[in-house]
Structures are given as structure tokens and as C-alpha cells.
Design a protein around this ligand. Sequence first.
Ligand code: AMP
Length: 210
Amino acid sequence: MRIILFGPPGAGKGTQARLLEEREGYTQISTGDIIRSAMKNETPVGKEAKAYVEKGELVPDSVVRKLAEGAIADEGYDDFVLDGYPRTTQQAEWLTEFGAAHDAPIDVVISLEVPDDVIVDRLSKRRVHTKTGDTYHLEHNPPPDDVDPAHIIQRDDDKPATVRNRLAVYREETAPLEAYYEARGTLVTVDGVGGIEDIYDRITAALEAA
Ligand code: AMP
């Protein structure tokens, strides 16, 4: 199955995509993770992306398109969960064309619905493990005692000023994609508020019904 996990930053896309990978065997394709790794390794893409990511802006469509399409091709065009792609109408249209060209259309778009106040709380208290990429929430899912605190950091773009910009960019550029997928008959909305396991159960139920 080809799945998109859709929603604002902090909706839980990454957390749920990782669970779907661990438990159901889908491959998580996160353009954000690919970009962060490119930035860390100072590749040409990483250097180009850096200024955008640090401001909470979107990286240019043409750059992200190559990363996403390359990752989908690497997975044999099936059994993946896209997390953080597409984020603009242009990206969605390219993805539809790419799917048609490879006989690999997106089967279902799970939209995680989370109100703004919950998002701001989640992002401001989100912490990430520098080596494993595991994410934590300082209150609801704190890093376990055996994890070295030196490896637990806050993403620069999770700091308040950047979060506000990311939410504004989401509303302006990304939120309209709900209507795009609704019109294509692939959109399913899922309540993204609650415990990680409860939300996971809602997602797997939605996938079974799709
Ligand atoms: P994420 O980890 O998904 O929140 O992504 C982190 C940052 O990477 C975003 O704020 C953007 O700057 C960039 N990024 C990730 N995915 C995309 C995308 N599909 N289009 C444009 N920029 C992206």
C-alpha cells in the first residue's frame, strides 16, 4: 500500500510513520529526515536547504521532488509511508504524475487532525535523540533514564519563533492539499489528539477500511 501521512508540523506524522514501519513493514519516507541528514553531511542539497529549514520555510519544490521520487523508487514504488511530502500543490501534482507513470498511485492519505494549541505544546516540548532520531515529549513520553542526556536535543526549528512560521507556512501552502486529496477520493481524517497507541489504532483501522 502507498500511504501519505498528512498534517501540520507536530501532528505526529513521524512518530506514527515509524510505528507503521516497525510493526507493519512499511518504509517511512520522511523528506524532513532526508534533508536533515543532507544538512549534517553538508552535501550540496544540504547546503541549499539549510537557510530554508532554519527559517521554517519550505525547501524549493524541485529539490524536494528529487529526494522524494528517488526514495520512492528505491522502495520499488510500494509499501511506503510518506511523512512530510507532499507539502505544496505543485509537489502533490508531481507526485500524482509520478505515481501514474510508474503504475503506483497513492492509495490513501491519512490526515491527522490536531488543534493549534496542542501542536505548539508538542513542538515546544519535543526532544530528539541525535543518533537514533527517536523523538520524545518532555511530559508525555520523556527520554528513558538509560538514554544519555547529552544526546537529547531540541531541533532548532522547534524553537518558538520558527514554530510560528512553520504553522503559517503550513496553513498557506500545505493545508489546501486536504481538498486536493478529498477531491481524488483518497482522504481519510483521523483524530490526532490522544495517546500514541490510541492514535496508532485509529490509523491502522483507517488503513484496513481503505
Ligand atoms: P519536517 O521534519 O517534516 O518537519 O521537515 C523539516 C523541514 O524540512 C521543513 O520545515 C522544511 O524546511 C523542510 N521540508 C521537509 N519536507 C519538505 C517538503 N515536502 N517540501 C519542502 N520543504 C520540506
